[in-house]
Design a protein around this ligand. Structure first.
Ligand code: ZN
Length: 442
């Protein structure tokens, strides 16, 4: 079955609930850019389709960066004089600054406060903080927790390790008829955050599961990687094959209640940019925005030395919702319906990439007589032409071998699906034949 065919048979309500369950399962794991939380996450994703786990040792240079030490954490707390855990890693892994070095100390509140991070403007939320490339330690807590700490001595413990190990990432290659590759990339380095991280992971996981069951024209490569250092590591190990990538999507923030946003690749007019913009046009509230050198791993894929045709699919952009990078980005914030809608949008975009073919009219001199073939309404003289007939005329007119279906859809204003259906019908009547099908580079 083709991707377009499979897409029509999907039960999106069921898939939305399954993706939500996937997020619930992965939510408690303490992920970071390296460590056992990432490995366990990858192991669980690998139950859905064949995922290869790669390990790259600490110290390996990747462009201007180096694979860092591996971080693992078992427990962490701040205890009051009575031995009560006033900040407790077991309650939320956001309580510890990610990549904190191990510490065991006693200190007064004033000294401890220099290590505490809170959000005065959101007093009930724990902030998410990291310190990957500077060795330090710290705790994050709600402003209310902080305000409630009496001026006394505290015992602090971070039972972590930051030592040479490796960086882990997951990769799945699904071969299609052609070597043209579509890259799907998501970051797996955030701990208990549901939208920024896990929603993208869940959508990518179910995309992988669906793509692995259908026959594909393009080949697909799914990457589950730690942000920045993971994409840089993958790029440095695969530089010789990057020319195969004809399109790509970074998936992130796909479960919040907002509407879809597509951020274009640096090229701005690549096949993926045109396909995504076209799909989102018929989606209420959705929008395409221009490239900017900030955001997620598209920053690396679209750096000038690579300039890959990779865009970013999300819902509300990062930083534009108050729950972003706080404990407010939790299981209540993501919705099965948003996840299902995001999956549908991604599949619709890939469907366009899969089926964007050029056709040649077998009857280019004048219009073929459609009525005789039962393709045109019997009654003449009506003032408006039906939508399907109009789409059919567009397909016939532009099928000179130089225009593909997406271009016909863009120019005619009809959805890709309708244009494709018309092309198929005209083929069945011998009025078109298919030529060329490689992914265009815009
Ligand atoms: Zn983030």
């Amino acid at each position: 079955m083709t991707l377009g065919g499979a897409r029509q048979q999907l039960d999106l309500d069921v898939l939305g609930r399954q993706m939500y369950a996937c997020i619930e399962e992965l939510y408690p794991l303490c992920r970071s850019i390296t460590g056992d939380g990432v490995r366990e996450t990858l192991r669980r994703i690998g139950r859905h389709f064949p995922l290869t786990l790669h390990e790259v040792p600490t110290g390996v240079p990747v462009f201007d960066w180096t694979v860092p030490n591996e971080w693992n954490i078992r427990d962490a707390w701040v205890k009051s004089g009575s031995g009560e855990r006033v900040v407790d890693f077991r309650k939320s892994n956001l309580h510890v600054v990610s990549y904190s070095v191990p510490v065991r100390a006693r200190m007064a509140l004033a000294e401890l406060k220099e290590r505490l991070h809170s959000l005065p403007e959101s007093p009930d939320r724990i902030p998410y903080r990291t310190s990957y490339y500077r060795e330090t330690w710290g705790f994050c807590l709600t402003q209310r927790q902080l305000d409630a700490l009496p001026d006394a001595a505290y015992e602090v413990c971070i039972d972590s390790s930051l030592v040479p190990g490796s960086l882990s990432y997951g990769e799945c290659y699904l071969p299609g008829e052609t070597a043209d590759e579509v890259l799907v990339s998501c970051h797996i380095c955030h701990p208990s955050l549901a939208n920024d991280n896990l929603a993208g992971v869940a959508v990518a996981t179910f995309l992988g599961e669906i793509l692995s069951r259908v026959s594909l024209r393009c080949s697909y490569r799914l990457l589950f990687i730690p942000g920045t250092i993971g994409s840089l590591t993958w790029l440095s190990r695969n530089e010789a094959n990057l020319h195969r990538i004809k399109a790509g999507l970074v998936l992130t923030g796909l479960g919040d209640p907002g509407t879809p946003t597509y951020k274009k690749s640096r090229r701005g007019n690549a096949a993926i940019d045109r396909a995504a913009t076209h799909v989102l046009k018929s989606h209420a509230g959705a929008r395409s925005v221009e490239f900017s050198p900030y955001g997620y791993d598209e920053r690396q894929y679209c750096s000038p030395g690579f300039d890959l045709p990779v865009g970013c699919l999300m819902r509300t952009p990062h930083g534009q919702y108050p729950e972003y990078h706080t404990s407010g980005d939790n299981l209540d914030f993501v919705r099965p319906a948003s996840l299902a809608d995001s999956l549908a949008v991604a599949l619709d975009i890939f469907h366009v990439l899969e089926d964007d073919k050029a056709y040649l009219s077998t009857n280019p001199k004048g219009e073929p007589q459609l009525g005789r073939r039962g393709l045109y309404r019997a009654m003449g003289g009506l003032s408006d032409v039906g939508a399907h007939e109009m789409a059919m005329l567009w397909v016939l007119n532009l099928s000179d071998g130089r225009h593909r279906l997406l271009e016909i859809a863009e120019r005619s204003g009809y959805p890709f699906d309708v244009v494709q259906r018309m092309a198929r019908m005209l083929m069945e009547h011998g009025l078109l034949h298919e030529i060329g099908s490689a992914v265009s580079n815009g």
